[in-house]
Ligand binder design. Structure first.
Ligand SMILES: NC(=O)c1ccc[n+]([C@@H]2O[C@H](COP(=O)([O-])OP(=O)(O)OC[C@H]3O[C@@H](n4cnc5c(N)ncnc54)[C@H](O)[C@@H]3O)[C@@H](O)[C@H]2O)c1
Length: 269
């Protein structure tokens, strides 16, 4: 990746020992970035974990890197926009680890389309990943969660769900959709042992943001200058919040959207 990484000051993350012991957590897009940090933290906190991602070599490398740190996880190749692939992943993970009790809808990408020239195919392609996939994955795990009357679904939205910027059409629409999805689903399963929440990160230093700023180096200093905390989040700082929401410790947090943005959105509230 690129060499524009800003200071890594802070961002150690927390290790809540046994917070997730007994849980079986599924994470989409777990080979790198925020998803990979969630996989690591959840496993460190005692969960058994399965993740999916697109590229076999990167899935294998991520599993090996975690194993090198003594963390055994199940990783497989699945495109979360593909209904059959999602069903197959959930089935494979259930056979390997047991019935899922947690799901993290993390896989997503940025969008930089021109609203006047974007094609319907491009629109569908983007929303398939940044919105529809969360429903496909939730639909695949909900039956066992509802039967067990135990489950937690966390979707990674973004600060863009509430305040966005020019040039990223239609990213904000999909991320705001994640919040509507979260509220709607939370109400539909409330009282049946399943909680549904969203986490909205601000700027997080991952391969996604590294690539963004490598392609737009002039934006980096200005973006860092408006961060009240003076730095981006590390993926582990998002993962710590996601894992808390996955845990029984968050038993009364439901239908919520938690900002993890270092006070960025507070400046404009
Ligand atoms: N990095 C940030 O600053 C930031 C801020 C707010 C929200 N987010 C959101 O957090 C999530 C993760 O972002 P990140 O920065 O870690 O991104 P990333 O690109 O570094 O990692 C995303 C992972 O998802 C995988 N993925 C993409 N499409 C997939 C598909 N169809 N099926 C399975 N896996 C797929 C990718 O291969 C990759 O490994 C995204 O939803 C993103 O929109 C990121």
């Amino acid at each position: 990746m690129t060499t524009v990484a800003p200071s890594r000051k802070g961002g150690g993350g927390m290790n809540g020992a046994d917070l997730l012991r007994g849980e079986v957590i599924l994470v989409t897009g777990g080979a790198q970035g925020i998803g990979n940090a969630v996989v690591r933290t959840a496993r460190e906190q005692g969960a058994t974990v399965s993740f999916c991602d697109l590229d076999p070599a990167r899935v294998e490398a991520a599993v090996a890197a975690l194993a090198a740190d003594g963390l055994d996880v199940h990783g497989t190749v699945a495109d979360v926009t593909d209904e059959a692939a999602v069903a197959h992943w959930v089935e494979e993970a259930t056979t390997a680890l047991g019935a899922p009790s947690g799901l993290v809808n993390n896989a997503g990408r940025n969008a930089y389309s021109d609203p006047t020239t974007m094609s319907v195919a491009e629109w569908d392609d983007f929303f398939d990943l940044d919105l529809k996939a969360s429903w496909l994955c939730a639909r695949a795990v909900l039956p066992v969660m509802l039967t067990a009357e135990h489950g937690s679904i966390v979707s990674i939205s973004s600060i863009h769900s509430k305040m966005t910027m020019a040039g990223m059409f239609p990213y904000a629409a999909a991320k705001a959709g994640q919040l509507g999805f979260t509220r709607s689903l939370a109400l539909d399963v409330a009282g049946r042992g399943v909680r549904v929440n969203a986490v909205s990160p601000g700027l997080v230093w991952t391969p996604l943001s590294e690539t963004h700023f490598a392609e737009r180096p002039e934006e980096l200093a200005a973006t860092l200058a408006v961060q009240p905390t003076g730095r981006p989040a590390q993926p582990s700082e998002i993962a710590a919040v996601v894992c808390f929401l996955l845990s029984r410790a968050a038993s009364y947090v439901n239908g919520a959207d938690w900002a993890v943005d270092g006070a960025y959105s507070a400046r404009f509230a």
